[in-house]
Design a protein around this ligand. Structure first.
Ligand SMILES: [Zn+2]
Length: 506
């Protein structure tokens, strides 16, 4: 259910922003004039449709990070932006910024025995996170592991078994693969509570919905975890206590007095090449030449995975081919008419593996970090109702620049005039949407940042996220909105200021 910002609140908010930033243009909602957005017409829906039909096609095989498919999509992107007229801003005079991604997964040699039965990995038992641990402990069954059931129980060093219970925020009806999200959310919440009591291992017995989610959970957990070597990921994970999910049929054996848990878990790790694509349009102002407006997208998605309805290519049309082609259209506009400040375009690799490309670029930026004055990121801009969308980083504690928000709202007035759905930006939102895309590493470094999104839909992260389901007209208007924001920032008298006291809730 889309919630609009009530008019009274909006006026109040804009007033608040207005006071916060005297220099920014007023948000009277005056219609866009060509004078104000001189190259708006360079953003054309037919280009966007053509580009997305290629980038999100089956031929691109879902562009999984660390595979030849992501590299191939990146090569295609580079040839497109070279043709558009972007300047290379990557390494060695190229458009590429290369780096290695590390993957850590449970080795096939790993074994689990519960109550004397050897369980088949990823079929009868899921190990939630890869870890290197060998243990042999009696199982302590604690029912659902509620605070009342755990009251007075000393779980230190014990292997604790419990019945899986629903996660704090069960996935809504509008969410894809709900059973998977239910299972992962429940395992995460319940194991954290039990581990906080000092348990050495956790065995959760799936309920019916949790069991439905096991195949997807297994396919994902089996892949392991990903990170970037140079930014603090350990070469080998800590010896974290194992968290196991087993089928409901195991309940009696787990509950049986004297039943034992015996595990030998080992990990193995690999590195894979991945890449950010970086291009630039120089500005027209000498005094502002060291102030970059950064447009952000990610070119990767989930690749070829387990089939759903016979389709195993997870195309990632909305996530995030929409924004990858939007940046190409915005590049056409800035090449046609550069702003006063330079514009940097970054297609981040390996976003789906944990914001890896943006964490890498934020840590190793291709221009000095203090010259990045604003990050305009977007993730999924082509679905859901045609006249509404979300702008994240608007409400404290996610807002880090009232100036930037003001310009983005003005840009919306000048272009898409979308009704803004504010709930996705709330710290209370169960999806934690603000923390799930590439603006985050920059915002964490106190760079003014916002995110555009048309939010979740039932095809999210499934093979059904196909380009034919994208609302090209909406996507074009979202692209115009993003462009207009960057144009206003590029030509503003002063760079957006960081809000004093900005601190994210996690
Ligand atoms: Zn995405």
């Amino acid at each position: 259910m889309i919630r609009r910002i009530p008019p009274t609140l909006l006026t109040f908010f804009l007033a608040a922003c207005a006071t916060a930033s005297q220099s920014a243009p007023s948000s009277t909602g005056a219609a866009a004039s060509t004078g104000e957005l001189p190259a708006l017409d360079a953003i054309r829906s037919e280009d966007i449709r053509k580009d997305i039909s290629i980038l999100a096609s089956d031929a691109m095989r879902g562009r999984e990070a660390g595979t030849i498919d992501e590299l191939r999509a990146s090569g295609w992107l580079v040839e497109q932006i070279r043709g558009i007229g972007l300047e290379p801003a990557g390494e060695d005079g190229t458009f590429y910024q290369w780096f290695n991604m590390r993957r850590i997964r449970l080795s096939d040699a790993s074994q689990v025995q519960v109550a004397g039965s050897s369980l088949t990995m990823w079929k009868d038992v899921i190990v939630a996170t890869p870890t290197d641990v060998t243990l042999n402990l009696p199982l302590v069954f604690v029912g659902t592991g509620s605070d009342a059931e755990l009251q007075g129980k000393d779980l230190t060093g014990k292997a604790v078994a419990a019945l899986l219970v629903a996660p704090p925020n069960p996935p809504g009806r509008n969410v894809s693969l709900a059973s998977w999200r239910y299972a992962t959310g429940a395992v995460r919440a319940q194991s954290m509570r039990i581990l906080a009591k000092g348990a050495a291992a956790v065995v959760l017995v799936a309920d019916s919905l949790g069991e439905q989610g096991m195949p997807f959970f297994a396919a994902n957990a089996g892949r392991g975890s990903y990170g970037v070597d140079s930014i603090g990921i350990e070469k080998r994970p800590r010896r974290t206590p194992p968290v196991l999910l087993v089928r409901g049929a195991m309940l009696d054996r787990v509950k049986a007095v004297g039943s034992q848990l015996s595990v030998t878990l080992t990990t193995e790790s690999f590195t894979y090449p991945t890449v950010n694509i970086v291009g630039r349009v120089n500005g027209t102002s000498a005094s502002k030449r060291n102030e970059y407006v950064l447009y952000s997208a990610h070119q990767d998605h989930d690749g070829v995975r387990f089939p759903i309805d016979g389709d195993s290519i997870w195309n990632g049309a909305d996530d995030n081919a929409t924004v990858s082609v939007a940046l190409m259209a915005i590049a056409r506009a800035f090449v046609k008419r550069p702003g006063e400040r330079p514009t940097l375009f970054v297609w981040h690799g390996a976003e789906e593996r944990g914001l890896i490309g943006s964490r890498y670029h934020a840590a190793h930026p291709m221009v000095p970090r203090d010259q990045i004055i604003a990050v305009l990121n977007a993730d999924m801009m082509g679905r859901n109702s045609p006249d509404s969308a979300s702008l994240l980083g608007v409400q404290p504690p996610h807002r880090n620049s009232a100036d930037l928000v003001q310009m983005a709202l003005r840009a919306n007035d000048l272009t898409g005039k979308f009704k803004l759905d504010s709930i996705w930006d709330r710290p209370t939102h169960p999806e934690g949407w603000y923390f799930r895309s590439d603006h985050l590493p920059y915002a964490r470094l106190n760079i003014p940042a916002v995110e555009y999104s048309s939010n979740l839909h039932p095809d999210y992260h499934t093979p059904r996220d196909e380009w034919e389901r994208i609302d090209i007209s909406k996507l074009t208007r979202m692209t115009q909105w993003m462009y207009a924001t960057g144009w206003l920032v590029s030509n503003a008298a002063q760079r957006p200021r960081l809000d004093p006291g900005f601190k994210l809730e996690r």
